[in-house]
Design a protein around this ligand. Structure first.
Ligand SMILES: [Zn+2]
Length: 266
């Protein structure tokens, strides 16, 4: 499948410029998005939809960065987006959903529970009801299928396409999941916020302090988060050639993935 890598929301956390890495996948059943970044309604009403956290993460709120605008540049219309798979319901991942009201929105049942019936103070503060007020067509998944490269109970989303797999990866939120996508000669594993910086998974780059603090502060279950990061680090060591492990917010991983999809070596 052809996979487009879009940045749908530059953010400017102090000391750490970030992107919102969104996948747009051309399938036989229309265009499928993984996450949605910030959308046109967030730009129109930032106080109501994003709230006070915008003063910390300072999103660019640039209309040219919305998924709606960027798929338009590639010749697609909003109605072409038939499915959106979301890693979790944090505000920087679901702001664009309202731009595609007809799309089915796939999420783990656990994440939908956390967002719609928040049980902890963190859950009550992180999820923004206003971003779901258009009543998206939710499809809740409880993956119980085979393991996917060491992660328990993944679910192939065959209702969309055989090459899209929902891989539960809880910790950042209670129902957080990664999404694996068959991009032809390799797989892309979009890990959402299961990690924020490649340095977390080993390697030379240092993780900026702002990101380390933020990651801990907003973790629903830090032990689960760390356990999944350890598994991701092993995965990255082993099969990197055939697997691009990306997260939602790291600009370097985003640029490398985009270059690879265009056949440019970096
Ligand atoms: Zn995020």
């Amino acid at each position: 499948m052809k996979v487009h890598h879009l940045n749908c929301g530059t953010m400017r956390l102090p000391g750490a410029p970030l992107v919102c890495h969104v996948l747009a996948i051309e399938t036989g059943r229309g265009l499928v998005l993984v996450d949605s970044g910030f959308g046109t309604r967030d730009i129109a009403e930032p106080a109501r939809r994003i709230g006070g956290v915008r003063h910390l993460v300072r999103p660019a709120l640039d209309p040219h960065e919305t998924a709606l605008h960027q798929i338009g540049q590639r010749g697609f219309r909003a109605a072409d987006v038939t499915h959106i798979v979301v890693t979790h319901f944090d505000l920087d991942h679901i702001g664009g959903l309202a731009d595609f009201p007809d799309a089915q929105v796939h999420v783990t049942a656990e994440e939908a529970r956390g967002a719609l019936s928040p049980a902890t103070r963190l859950e009550r503060s992180r999820y923004r009801r206003a971003q779901l007020s258009h009543r998206p067509k939710l499809v809740r998944h409880e993956p119980t299928g085979e393991r996917w490269r060491g992660f328990a109970a993944a679910e192939q989303l065959t209702g969309i396409d055989d090459g899209i797999v929902l891989v539960p990866m809880p910790g950042h939120t209670r129902g957080h999941a990664a999404v694996a996508v068959d991009a032809g000669d390799h797989w892309v594993l979009h890990c959402g916020d299961a990690f924020h910086h490649p340095g977390t998974l080993g390697g030379a780059r240092r993780v900026p302090a702002a990101l380390r603090i933020q990651e801990r502060l907003v973790a629903h279950d830090i032990k689960a988060l760390r356990a999944n990061q350890a598994r991701l680090a092993e995965l990255r060591e082993g099969v990197e050639e055939h697997l691009a492990v990306v997260c939602a917010h790291d600009p370097a991983l985003f640029e490398a993935a985009r270059a690879r999809s265009r056949g440019v070596s970096m």
